[in-house]
Design a protein around this ligand. Structure first.
Ligand SMILES: NC(=O)c1ccc[n+]([C@@H]2O[C@H](COP(=O)([O-])OP(=O)(O)OC[C@H]3O[C@@H](n4cnc5c(N)ncnc54)[C@H](OP(=O)(O)O)[C@@H]3O)[C@@H](O)[C@H]2O)c1
Length: 344
C-alpha cells in the first residue's frame, strides 16, 4: 500500500474538525500530522485542548499531537480547513500562497469563479480546475445545500431542472458548538436569512459547467427559505422542482435510486454504496430516525409526489455534520486523490 499522505486540520477541536479526525483515524491514504486551533488551544496536547463531543473514542494516536496556532508554520501540503468562517478564509489565503492544497468547509472562497465547489456525486469534473496549480482551494458547499444538490444532480442530468423552491429546517449543530442559546431555539423556529442566498447561488454553481478557467452557473431559478429548528443533528429540506418535461413521481424515484457517482464507481474509502436512499414510508424522513442512516453519509428522500405548482415535490434529509461537512471534505480529498490531484 502507498504511504499515507500527511495532512493538517485547521479547526481540529471543533465539531467538524473532530469529525474529520475521526474519519481519518484509520484512513488508508491520509494521516493527520498537524492539528491547528485558536490561541486558547495552541500549545496544549490535543486531548487537553479539546472536549471530544462524538460518540466514538478519540483516536489514540491523535491524543498527544501538540495543537498549533493559526500563525504557526505548517508543513503538510494538504490542509483541511474547518475553523470559524472568518479565520478559515484568512488562513486559507496564506496556505494557498504557500503552495498548499486546501480542502475547505468554510464559506469564504466558495463563490470565487475559479474555485471548485464540489460534491463528488454531483460535479467531480469541476475539480479539474485545480490541475497544474501550485497552491489551490477546493470547497464543499453549505450543509443545507449539500443534500438538495445530491438530489437535483441526477434529476438535472436526466430531465433538466427549470425551477426549484427549497425550504430548510436546519439543526442546531449546524451553527457549531455551543450553537444558539437554548432559550432562543427551544419551542421556536428561527429564520436564517444569511443562509438563503448561499443555498441559491451554491446550487446553481455546483450544477453549472466548467468553461475555460471558471464555472458557468446553471440557469435555473432557485428560491430558498431557511430556518433553524430545535433538532440536534440533521438538516431537512422541503423541495419542489419543475423539470424539463412532465415526469411521474415513480420516474423521479427510479432516477434517484439508480444514481451513482464517481465515489461509488471507484469505491472510495468514505463513499456510501449509494448516495441517495428513498423511503416510501409516509411520515419519513425524520432527523431523529434517519439522519444517522448509512453512517450519516447519504441523502434520504421521502414523500416524492406531485406538486400542483412546480410538478414534483419531496422531503430531503441529511446529517449536516457528517455528509454535510466532515465527510464532504474527506470525500473531496479522496476524489482529488483518485484523479491524481492530491499532492504527497
Ligand atoms: N456545523 C456544521 O454542520 C457545518 C457544516 C458545514 C460547514 N461548516 C463550517 O465548518 C466550519 C467549522 O464549523 P464547526 O461547526 O466545527 O465550528 P466550531 O465547533 O465552532 O469549531 C470552530 C473551530 O475553529 C477554531 N478556531 C476558532 N478561532 C480560531 C483562530 N483564531 N485560529 C484558529 N482556529 C480557530 C476553534 O478552535 P478552539 O477550539 O481552540 O476555539 C475550533 O476548532 C465553519 O466555517 C462552518 O461554517 C459547519
Amino acid at each position: 500500500m502507498a504511504s499515507r499522505i500527511p495532512v493538517a486540520v485547521l479547526g481540529a477541536t471543533g465539531l467538524v474538525g473532530q469529525g474529520i479526525l475521526s474519519l481519518l483515524a484509520d484512513h488508508p491514504r491520509l494521516r493527520v500530522a498537524e492539528v491547528i486551533a485558536s490561541p486558547r488551544s495552541a500549545g496544549k496536547r490535543y486531548d487537553e485542548a479539546t472536549t471530544w463531543r462524538r460518540g466514538d473514542a478519540l483516536p489514540a494516536e491523535l491524543s498527544a499531537l501538540r495543537v498549533q496556532a493559526g500563525d504557526d508554520p505548517v508543513t503538510s501540503s494538504v490542509v483541511f480547513s474547518s475553523a470559524t468562517s472568518r479565520v478559515s478564509t484568512e488562513l486559507e489565503r496564506r496556505y494557498i500562497a504557500e503552495g498548499r492544497l486546501v480542502i475547505s468547509n468554510a464559506s469564504g472562497h466558495r463563490m470565487e469563479s475559479d474555485v471548485p465547489l464540489v460534491v463528488p456525486e454531483v460535479n467531480a469534473d469541476h475539480l479539474e480546475l485545480v490541475r497544474g496549480r501550485e497552491g489551490a482551494i477546493v470547497t464543499n458547499c453549505n450543509c443545507a445545500a449539500m443534500f438538495v444538490a445530491m438530489v437535483l444532480a441526477p434529476l438535472h442530468h436526466t430531465f433538466g431542472v427549470e425551477a426549484v423552491q427549497v425550504t430548510t429546517l436546519q439543526a442546531v449543530s449546524g451553527g457549531g458548538y455551543p450553537g444558539v442559546p437554548s432559550l432562543h431555539i427551544l419551542g421556536n423556529v428561527v429564520p436564517l436569512p444569511g443562509e438563503e442566498q448561499k443555498i441559491e447561488r451554491e446550487l446553481q454553481k455546483m450544477l453549472g459547467s466548467v468553461t475555460g478557467g471558471g464555472i458557468a452557473p446553471a440557469a435555473f431559478a432557485v428560491s430558498a427559505q431557511s430556518h433553524r429548528v430545535p433538532v440536534i443533528d440533521g438538516h431537512t429540506a422541503s423541495v419542489s422542482v419543475r423539470l424539463g418535461r412532465d415526469v411521474e413521481p415513480a420516474e423521479v424515484v427510479a432516477t434517484l435510486e439508480a444514481h451513482r457517482g464517481l465515489p461509488q464507481e471507484r469505491r472510495l474509502p468514505t463513499a456510501p454504496p449509494v448516495p441517495i436512499v428513498v423511503t416510501d414510508l409516509p411520515d419519513r424522513p425524520q432527523p431523529r430516525l434517519d439522519a444517522e442512516s448509512h453512517a450519516g453519509l447519504v441523502a434520504t428522500v421521502g414523500r416524492v409526489r406531485r406538486c400542483p405548482v412546480l410538478g414534483i415535490k419531496m422531503l430531503v434529509l441529511g446529517h449536516n455534520l457528517v455528509r454535510g461537512a466532515a465527510a464532504a471534505a474527506v470525500l473531496n480529498a479522496e476524489t482529488l486523490d483518485t484523479m491524481g490531484l492530491l499532492p504527497a
